[in-house]
Design a protein around this ligand. Sequence first.
Ligand SMILES: Nc1ncnc2c1ncn2[C@@H]1O[C@H](COP(=O)(O)OP(=O)(O)OP(=O)(O)O)[C@@H](O)[C@H]1O
Length: 680
Amino acid sequence: MYYEEQWERLNEYQRAAVLDESPACVVNANVGSGKTTVLIAKILYLHIEKKVPVRSMTVLTFTNKAAGEIRERLLKIEPGLTDEELAGFGTFHSVAMNFLRSSLPVEKAGRTKDFMIIEPDEEAELALRLAKERKLSIKYKNRLKKRMEQEYAAFSQGKGISRYKDDLFLLFQALQEEKKRQNKMSFADLIEISTELLKEENEKPAWIIIDEVQDSDRKQMDFITALKGEQTRLFAVGDPNQLIYSWRGSVETMFYFLKHQFGAKELSLPVNYRSSGTILEAAEKFLQYGNTVAGSREAGSPILVRNHYDAFQEAVYLAQKIRQMNEKGMDYGEIAVFYRLQSQSEILENVFEKEGIPFTVSQRKTLRDIPALEWFVKVLAYACNPEDIYAAETVLSHPSYGEWAGKKGWKSFLAEPEEGRSRIFDRMRGFMQTFSEVQVQEPEQIYRYFLLDDYLRPNAASFVEDRDMVLDFCKRLTGYSSENHRPFFEGTAEFLRSSALYGIQILKTEENPGRDKVRLMTLHASKGLEFTSVFIIGVNDGLLPLAGRGFEEEEERRLFFVGMTRAREYLELSYYTNPGQPRAAGGPGRYLKMLPRHLLDWEEDKTPEEKQANLQQLRKAVSKEMNRVQVEKQEVKKVRHARYGTGVLISENEMTVEAEFEGYGKKEFLKAFGEVEILG
Ligand SMILES: Nc1ncnc2c1ncn2[C@@H]1O[C@H](COP(=O)(O)OP(=O)(O)OP(=O)(O)O)[C@@H](O)[C@H]1O
């Protein structure tokens, strides 16, 4: 048994946490001290030893991946466990959704059990349409999504008027009615509605177990409060030093809250088992709670700090170095490169590909990045839910794929649809009847059913790519339905619901991560992982830590801490002379200067002449490469802004978009405000 095998290995603190049965307990754990190890051992201990049924445990994790791992371990021991028994295992959102779909009386919230999820962008779009239709006066429409996020709390607490004294609160009301009418819930609704309904529920779980509790927010704590019965035991683990999502609204005082609200006992996991003594000693400089992390390992090798002229030179160096490491016996999968911004991966990808270094990029591409797929998902959304009239509008009026693109008439058509006027509309209408009883084996059947060869612009240059994307998506749908033994109609509706929640992983590289491939990822994505060797690149002021509106120094430091502590044996940090990023300064960043010198092997420019000679050649290669990338970018990407009109995308990263508009010049926008739309 897993926990029995592990038991011998656990230290006294870990054992105490596994065995603890106090009504509420919060484990304040150091990085790499075995949180995941303890959590899994505890769940198995409770189930096997204490005979706690799986269905009466609610296990809340921060990512679906973590929940997946726990489920997998349980299924190994008990392959017969059903999805229903495991409904309480997952992220807050997915568990709330499972409860709403299975046991909670959603009718009280004006929905039926087969409600759909509305994503934040889609919700903001719907709000804009409603504001227009109902002639509501809304200020700062171009950042409506942000305003809705900021002011919703005041509205739901019953405040009378919005911050800018406009009709925003009327819009909230209209939006709620419309979501009810369309049988949809937003992510926030999932938590809020289930919290309300859980208060009335008599059946309470025996245990609530929460992972990464430092990243939970207040609403999630309300959910826990509603879920917990008098007899329910609560067990939470977290590390305040790894709080990296406070911009999503995590409350720094989560530990205090748990102790105060539930009288939680506090335990600790002090010993780090992951990293070498040197890495831990360096990481300690970035601790914000406590002063030290006790280690269990030897000092190991020093941390290498390396200067590179720029990102291109570094990519060439990394390809060579990583190849050498591999030749000496290290699997590529044991090596990771972390960066602050997604855009930094591009040059690495280019060079690694040329140099034949196998790699995988952890990147979330959303449907919005692939217009053909985004449109097709709307086709399916309306086919599965005829109340979703806005999906039908998009299908018909989409500028690239809609048969009414740029023409009038679709509104009156939708008000009184006539059969025979729109072939795709008829197919969407007939979808339920055609597929409600049958399973579909061939993805092409779905492709043909919706006549997609006609609709995906067969003469466009992107046709083959669009067709392959859509066919691939159809394949996932047919696969999903048959794996879950559902008729195709039901399976598709369910797939759309869950993919709204989990995001559709579009990149094929995601399917097989890490199997002997170097992992390239942002520091945010590195959380919870560990590697033998880690490279953190671009430790330049302005890049790491990132400068700009909305970035908190403390959070940046915690992020750097998370990155460093992923490494077991080897850590290398780099900075650029020429970072080539807006607002980033050349030369070593202040985070490097905070590290104790005796732990570092600092490689300054030791061979200037030789380097200068190399640099000439490299310079040429760099500018050629950069120009190519720049040209490609400009060719493919345009942006739209409500005031400045259509412009050209100059650069884009996780947080900001820079674009140039005729007559207005260069402008920079924070993505969070949703002011600019990037067109395909
Ligand atoms: N008692 C132990 N003895 C030896 N190794 C251990 C022990 N407990 C945990 N480990 C190992 O230490 C590493 C870190 O453990 P784990 O991933 O569970 O930590 P964590 O606290 O979840 O990490 P993080 O803070 O990064 O999320 C893993 O490689 C794990 O196998």
